[in-house]
Design a protein around this ligand. Structure first.
Ligand SMILES: C[S@@+](CC[C@H](N)C(=O)[O-])C[C@H]1O[C@@H](n2cnc3c(N)ncnc32)[C@H](O)[C@@H]1O
Length: 231
């Protein structure tokens, strides 16, 4: 598992070793990810999600970035009543995710939508708009774990798909601390990603329209909730 030096390495190890490991089916999918170097959410983020899901009891969850289905299956296991819609655009990942979902999604909770999230989100928001203010196409929890440069572009669509008390989570927002580096000192190939993240921070942090919280789990997890009181 990649180490990102945000929290002291010894504490990260301690958190990973001392919180209940994933069991059964999930352990098999995690092993597959580790053996094939496929990035999935780290253990401290897994246990945080398990807790959050117990507290929020989401009925519908949207994930952007399925990879091989590890986090989708983890959320399905934590929220047995929930429907989960997960999006990915990478054909290799989609093929592996389909196999894993066919094997491990025992309650058939997970729907995999194939395509670029920018297009799929547009379709989902169109379905929601056609629903005449109903909630049947909305989500109680939206988890973004895809191309980080695009989070800021996905945000307006995610907000329009969120239920009244819904929450958005975005993973890997620290970029191993690179968000602290001035943009011109960052490798050219990384700048689009960093610019996207900084536009996101300018939009949501310290803005009365939103409640936000940044958790130093994994490579940084940003939670966003519309601040209904600021209307
Ligand atoms: C870090 S992996 C997701 C890991 C997964 N959430 C987990 O923890 O098990 C990121 C995935 O996002 C997908 N992805 C990146 N940008 C995307 C986009 N714009 N639309 C759809 N999928 C995207 C990639 O193909 C990749 O499979």
């Amino acid at each position: 598992m990649m180490h990102r030096p945000v929290v002291k390495a010894e504490l990260v190890d301690w958190m990973r070793q001392n919180q209940t490991p994933v069991q059964g089916d999930l352990a098999s999918v995690l092993k597959q990810a580790q053996e094939n170097n496929i990035p999935v959410i780290p253990h401290e983020t897994v246990v945080y999600f398990q807790m959050l899901i117990q507290l929020l009891q989401p009925k519908r969850i949207l994930e952007i970035g399925t990879a091989i289905g590890f986090s989708a299956l983890m959320m399905a296991q934590a929220a047995k009543e929930a429907e989960i819609v997960t999006i990915d655009r990478n054909p290799e990942m989609i093929a592996l995710a389909k196999e894993n979902l066919a094997t491990y999604d025992h309650l058939k909770q997970i729907q995999l939508l194939e395509g670029d999230a920018a297009d799929v989100l547009l379709e989902l928001t169109a379905q929601q708009a056609a629903d005449n203010h109903g909630d049947s196409h909305r989500f109680d929890l939206i988890f973004m774990d895809s191309a980080k440069s695009k989070y800021v572009e996905f945000l307006p669509m995610a907000l329009s798909l969120l239920t009244e008390n819904g929450v958005i989570l975005m993973d890997d927002i620290f970029q191993a601390g690179e968000i602290l580096t001035p943009i011109m000192e960052i490798k050219r190939s990384q700048r689009a990603l960093e610019r996207g993240l900084r536009r996101l921070f300018d939009e949501v942090l310290n803005n009365p329209k939103y409640l936000t919280s940044i958790l130093p789990l994994g490579d940084g997890l940003l939670m966003i909730k519309p601040n209904r009181e600021s209307k």
